[in-house]
Design a protein around this ligand. Sequence first.
Ligand code: CP
Length: 313
Amino acid sequence: MRHFLNIRELSSEQLTHILDTAESFTSVDGQAVKKVPLLRGKTIVNLFFEPSTRTRTTFELAAKRLSADVLNINIATSATTKGESLLDTLFNLEAMNTDVFIVRHPESGAADFIAKYVAPHVSIINAGDGKHAHPTQAMLDMFTIRKLRKDFSYLSVAIVGDILHSRVARSQIEALNILGAKEVRVIAPRTLLPASVEKLGVKVFQDCKQGLHDVDVVIMLRLQKERMQGAFIPSEHEYFQLYGLTPERLALAKPDALVMHPGPINRGVEISSEVADGPQSVILQQVKYGIAVRMAILSLVISPEQNGAAIES
Ligand code: CP
């Protein structure tokens, strides 16, 4: 695994290996010194062309816990604002002996594009590209589900909201299907569903009452207004009335259903505060597990041969 660009190219065994590797790293969080020397001397660059709180910081923490050196490039104050191209920026950072670029970009396909041009020893991790893929988010979501529910094969999972513009939903659907989830549902108004969405391997619902019935996991998505051109819903108020996750609506799912959200959450738009902060919400656990999952992915792209030793130690 030189690069980590999307989920669909990976097998169930490979996804399970990432989850198992992440499991081995969760103990680092509980140590007095939260570090292992696995990536000492390696240089990791966070190259984010779009805003981020969770992904950027958990990648930085993950890299630091693996003892790597980390650079965070602030694109707003970088030479790209003076007209430097994406590839020229990349080649300059590569000249500093970078081992891994973690790339977030508003254009779908940006991480794949960059991966074609970097030197053979350099790895690219996709931290979200347009509405295409967000594979590390999907892996931390799978880690959270497996940690709390063990076995994917009996789980019905509903993904609710702006499926059309969501890179997270695409990667989650791929991961859930590859890992053998019993059923993946999407619930959204027609305007927020991609054409032929059922070809992704999902059951489609436009009505929450039917779609949430008896599911084990509810994953809420925000309205991704930064990727919308035009009006896709009449108003946020009306959207919340029809699709917002309230305690009453959550009661349609199994009584112990997990409530997940990749963040950032928009309270009162796709989820109520009672649910977001309630006993079934595992939203902050997702963030916490993101560190171990990103440690696993970094360790697997940089040093697959050393990783076995790290897991066993
Ligand atoms: N889930 C997610 O990608 O959050 P950020 O945009 O804060 O990184």
